[in-house]
Structure formats: C-alpha cells, structure tokens
Design a protein. Structure first.
Length: 404
C-alpha cells in the first residue's frame, strides 16, 4: 500500500498523493480538491467515458466518495490549475464486483480536453471515481462539489426548465426506445442571439427506430375533485415532432391512472431558429384528479425515426378559479391618453393575460401578465373603440376601451 499524505489548508480538503490501485482499495475523498500525482493502478472497467478504445489505456487511479446531501455532485478537472491538460473520468455506483456506470467524461468540448460531470445523489450514497491515462500520464487536480436540491414543489407550479440541477434530481425520464437519447435540460443555447441562453427541456432521437421518450414532473400534491389548469408551451426543431401530455398518479409510463391533457402529432416547427420560443405552441387544458395525493405531469415524445426535436419551454399547473372567486376579486382599468397606457389593477389575484381586439374582431395586442398591477402600451393603435379580454386564473372578463 502506498503512503498517502493529507494536507488541510483553509478548511478545504486538499489531498496529495495517489489513489489506491483498484476499486477495492479506493482512497476515500470528500468535497474539495484532490491531487492525482500519477497512474499505476487498475484500469477502470466498465468504460463510462466517450472515445472508448481510441488509444490504449495502461493504468487507472481509484477513489471512493459518499454523498452528504440530497442533490447533485459535480466532479471536474476543468479548473485553472489544469489548463492544457487531458483527463478521462468514470463514475460508478454499486459494489466493486458489480459496478454500474453513473457518469463519464473525456472532453468538456472539442477544444477543452478536461473532464466534467454532474449527477444526482442522496445522503449516504457511495460512488467510485476512477481516472485512466488514455491520453495523458500527467498529474492533475480534481474538484468535488456538492449542491443540495429540494424537490418539494408547491402550487401554483411554474416550470421554465432553467435549473439543470433540479431537472436531474426532481424529474424522471424513461427512454423506452432504448436509443440513450432521452429528455434533457438545455441550459446554454442562445436561440435568438441576444447573448442570454434560452432554457427548455428537449429530446431528440436516433435514425435507428421510432421515438418513445417520457418525462415526468416532480410530485404535485393535488386535491381530488378540483379543477386544475395545465399550460404547456412547446415547439419543434429539425423536423416535425409529436407530443402528448397526461396527468398521472405515478412517475411511470405504466401509471394506473393517466388523464389525457392533449395529443399533437406531426407538429411542424413554428418560426425560425431565433423565434422558436416566442412563436411556440401553447396548450391550455383542464383536468380533475379523482383522488387526493401526489400527481405528475407527464410528457410523451413519440414519432418515427429522425423526427424533430421537442422543445418544452414552460409548464404551469394551478387550481382553476371558480366563478365565485373570480367575481369576488375586484379589478379596475383606466386608459391614459397622455402616455397611451392602459392601466390594470386587481384587488388580490394576479392577471394572466390580456388580448385586445379592434371593432372588426381582429387581434391587435396579446400580452402575458403576472402581477396584480399591470400596464399595456397602446401607442401603436389608432384612436377608436377596442374590446379587451382580461384573464385571471382561468376566468376572463371583457372590457371596452375608448382610445382617443
């Protein structure tokens, strides 16, 4: 057994030396920075990283890590100390006689040959972290970071798919077509060129067979017999796609209760690449769960091989406002001709949207709202009479506006 020297600086675990030679004698590590000074151990097997077999591997180094949070763990060599380096990473669960790949990384991208993986964990769960020298024998540092994630969602439920950690921990996917291309959370794609990435859930498929992928939301505590409104905003890209949605009583395609929300087949992309979100389709559906308890929103992406990607931008679920509740809420409106602004005020319920029509019935303004006080600019409209449909939590009221 090699001697291992541990040095702690500034309360950060910084491990110097080499891991043990195989899985059975892997060196325990914790969150923080660890230095790998060289390779002389057993090769990681099975191979979890990309580019398997492209260059002969000779040795590996092994570590063991036990999670101290419910959430995600990131293991990375993509740090300044390793610039210009080349590493290859494998992460396993299970036992040394029956290891299962959890994650793997060869290159961060086409020009960065370091490694980076993030994977979900629960407190007390043990993982084996192994490195191989397929591309380099040089020493390097790796960093382990733990992040807590809570999956306790409350109503109203509003998901914009902007938290990759929450997606990996709280959402469940099923890759029934077996092509290993299932639903993911896209965090870094700038569709419209404004330098701000759009966020969405998406999935593609291979050319080998029909697409059959499921995505399940976190559990939502719903009341049986209550009307709920579910809003889904989505589009397709690189060809037509098909999407259907359900409310289900378990996060499984085999759920015993599957309440249909909508089903669309052969959906053509709406807009160009830059407007995929602003031109997206919107489905608004009402559903009544039969019993109290945990329910999940389920999306099923299906279709022939090489069909289009589904881009799911937003999902919302809220209790549908009753007529009595709507009538008890007071909202007022006023048009100010000096600044061409329509002001809306609601006593206690936030507005959802406003759609304004001219006297010919043509839609001239369609705007999403979210506050109890809102303003709508009307500078582009000619003087005249307009009708505005104002919606609040599934109910709506039409008001008349005189612009002069």
């Amino acid at each position: 057994m090699k001697k291992i020297t541990l040095l702690f600086l500034c309360l950060i675990a910084f491990h110097f030396g080499q891991a043990q030679n195989d899985c059975a004698s892997a060196l325990p590590v914790t969150a923080g920075t660890t230095t790998v000074s060289g390779y002389d151990g057993a090769l990681p097997n099975p191979d979890c990283a990309e580019n398997a077999g492209l260059d002969p591997r000779e040795f590996g180094e092994w570590y063991v890590f036990t999670a101290t949070v419910d959430g995600v763990v990131n293991v990375t060599t993509d740090i300044p100390a390793n610039i210009g380096g080349d590493t290859r990473l494998h992460v396993y669960s299970g036992t040394c006689v029956a290891l299962t790949c959890v994650a793997g990384s060869d290159d961060v991208d086409g020009t960065n040959f370091l490694s980076d993986v993030t994977f979900p964990v629960t407190i007390g769960e043990t993982f084996y972290i192994a490195w191989d020298n397929q591309w380099s024998d040089a020493a390097f540092d790796f960093v382990i970071t733990e992040t807590s994630v809570s999956c306790n969602y409350t109503l109203p439920f509003a998901e914009t798919y902007d938290d990759g950690n929450a997606f990996s921990v709280c959402y469940i996917t099923e890759d029934l077509d077996g092509d290993t291309i299932s639903w993911i959370s896209q965090q870094d794609l700038d569709l419209d060129g404004d330098l701000i990435p759009e966020t969405f859930a998406t999935n593609g498929n291979s050319t080998a067979g029909a697409k059959d992928d499921w995505l399940f939301s976190p559990a939502l505590d719903l009341t049986g017999g209550t009307d709920y409104t579910v809003t889904s905003i989505f589009n397709t890209f690189s060809g037509n796609g098909s999407l259907e949605a359900f409310l289900v009583n378990s996060a499984s395609s085999a759920a015993t209760i599957q309440l249909p929300l909508f089903s669309q087949t052969n959906i053509a992309p709406m807009g160009d690449f830059a407007t995929l979100e602003t031109m997206a389709y919107q489905e608004i559906n009402t559903v009544i769960p039969p019993t109290d308890g945990d329910w999940h929103i389920a999306y099923h992406s299906f279709g022939p091989a090489s069909s289009g990607f589904i881009l799911l931008f937003d999902t919302e679920l809220e209790a549908t406002l009753s007529v009595e509740e709507f009538n008890s809420n007071v909202f007022t409106h006023a048009y100010n001709k000096t600044n061409d602004l329509l002001s809306l005020q609601s006593s206690n319920l936030a507005f959802d949207a406003i759609v304004i029509y001219n006297i010919l019935g043509q839609e001239v303004i369609n705007k999403s709202l979210s506050q109890t006080e809102e303003t709508v600019e009307m500078k582009t409209l000619k003087d005249g009479i307009y009708l505005a449909n104002v919606s609040i939590q599934g109910q709506s009221k039409t008001i008349k506006i005189l612009k002069n």
